[in-house]
Design a binder for this molecule. Sequence first.
Ligand SMILES: C[S@@+](CC[C@H](N)C(=O)[O-])C[C@H]1O[C@@H](n2cnc3c(N)ncnc32)[C@H](O)[C@@H]1O
Length: 274
Amino acid sequence: MESSRDPTAFREFEHAGWEAVSAGYEQHFGRLTTQTVPAMLAAARIDKGMDVLDVCTGPGMLARAALKRGARAVGLDFSGGVIKIARRNVPGAEFQEGDAQALPFSPNSFDAVMCGYGIIHVPDPQKALSEMHRVLKPGGYLAASVWEAPKPTNGFGLLFGAIKKHGNLDVPLPHGPDFFQFSEPEKLRAAFEACGFADVAIKIVDQSWAVGEPSGLITAILEGGVRARALLLAQTEDVRKAICTMIVGGMEQFHSADGTYRVPMPALVGSGKK
Ligand SMILES: C[S@@+](CC[C@H](N)C(=O)[O-])C[C@H]1O[C@@H](n2cnc3c(N)ncnc32)[C@H](O)[C@@H]1O
């Protein structure tokens, strides 16, 4: 598994990013990543009375859904701003500030662990997955989601296709692990297995991001993303304009009958048993 070559700087960069976009993430990405929740709950076998940990909780959608099922939920995130939002959204859950790579819990503490789009943001994903394994009780399941790799038919394909064509990828950002290193079923499976999980299964979840106008995808990334946002902001104004023009043109393929643009943003949900 790839990890950051500059973990301290990359963690600081991610942390500053999440503090800056916490509200924008909820506003834009929240309606997208909420679509992954049912598959995550099923993959982690969430049930009544369970003690559930939601790592990289963000606005707390997974913790909230676990509570609705009758479980107890603890959400963890390293951003104080994010934790404030999660506490407001899900008053019935307990939220803690902490690092996914050093979980502040004893071994065998939780019946199930979920991590929605978190392992793609940490400097050392192997450490984070191993920590989730450590705090799970034997027999418990972890569910973790990641984005599908960029393809001409999905939103990340449109975004990174335009950045690759017009932009400069060699911008001074701290090195982070490949954002799409788990984006093929066999790669996500291998990551789970490398961290000790058994009975590993991978599911593709079809989901789409509805935006009201062709520039909506760019707005969502600029207001709610971290790495892609930084990459866009690091371009010159002219280059950014060229990238945006290409993205806006590409959005036509996603124009739907109701007038909105429905951008395909499929996810992979991996699950494994301790
Ligand atoms: C993409 S958001 C996912 C939020 C939510 N789970 C969802 O499914 O929409 C990633 C979250 O992970 C948090 N995060 C990133 N790196 C982290 C780390 N090293 N330790 C704990 N939380 C981290 C961020 O603050 C952010 O809230």
